[in-house]
Write a protein that binds this ligand. Structure first.
Ligand SMILES: Nc1nc2c(c(=O)[nH]1)N[C@H]1C(S)=C(S)[C@@H](COP(=O)(O)O)O[C@H]1N2
Ligand SMILES: [Mo]
Length: 230
């Protein structure tokens, strides 16, 4: 297949995904919630800037499982597999050759701190999904870190335009303690839904819990509903 044909296929896959998940996305709490709980002026999504139970901080605390894996860029790989037509194994160069996105978004940790307006640089999950072409029955993903962390997301949350696989934060390469070289971010959900040191994204035909979800944390993790535990 020529490079042009490949690009056409990706564009078509992106449109198909948008069409398929548009309605579901409109009904997710962060878009459809009539009474979002929180304080302060409205953020870029029309939600109170400080979700219920959160405190703003300028610092960026570090949370992990006690392991901060070292992944040299020449050994870094991102696997995208499961319910997809086109499984991927992206090297660092492959990943950096994908369309790059700059965005500014907030970070809400379930342990009650929020950090606002972080400038990020990275690749949209949507663009990776379009390349991998999820099968028609894919509904969720499981994200795995190099530290054996895992966390599950519905596709209607994961496909939002602010869900990125980031390699820069605050204009600097993402520090190892925050998940560098690459982590995922989920600005409209609690931050545990974004895997640091991301290694694999598995598309699923059903929903299964990840590391914290198995231990009682919420599958949905919506900050403006205080949706911390299940
Ligand atoms: N791979 C991996 N990703 C992870 C975690 C982890 O332990 N391992 N912790 C999660 C939790 S609970 C939070 S709050 C955020 C914390 O990100 P930070 O350390 O950059 O603040 O990462 C999430 N992603
Ligand atoms: Mo967390």
């Amino acid at each position: 297949m020529s490079a042009d044909d490949k690009l056409d296929r990706v564009v078509e896959a992106r449109m198909k995904l948008k069409a398929r998940f548009e309605e579901k996305m409109k009904n997710t709490p962060s878009v459809a919630d009539g009474k979002p709980m929180g304080r302060g002026p409205l953020n870029r999504h029309g939600m109170p800037v400080t979700p219920v139970g959160q405190t703003l901080t300028k610092k960026w605390p570090v949370l992990d499982l006690g392991i901060q894996p070292d992944i040299p860029l020449d050994q870094w790989l991102l696997i995208v597999d499961g319910a997809v037509q086109n499984p991927l194994e992206l090297t660092w160069d492959d990943f950096m050759a994908l369309p790059q996105t700059d965005d500014v978004s907030d970070f809400h940790c379930v342990t009650t701190w929020s950090r606002l307006d972080i400038p990020w640089q990275g690749v949209r999950f949507m663009d990776i999904a379009a390349l991998a072409m999820p099968t028609d029955d894919a509904t969720h993903i499981m994200c795995y870190g190099y530290d054996d962390y895992s966390t599950n997301l519905s596709l209607e949350e994961a496909l939002k335009p602010d869900v990125l696989l980031v390699h820069h934060a605050d204009g600097q390469p993402l520090p190892k303690e925050h998940g560098g070289p690459v982590r995922m971010i989920t600005p409209q959900l609690y931050a545990w839904k974004g895997s640091k040191w991301i290694k694999r994204i598995e598309f699923l035909r059903y929903n299964i819990p990840g590391f914290w979800e198995e231990r009682g944390y919420s599958n949905t993790a919506y900050p403006w509903r205080n949706d911390r535990y299940s």
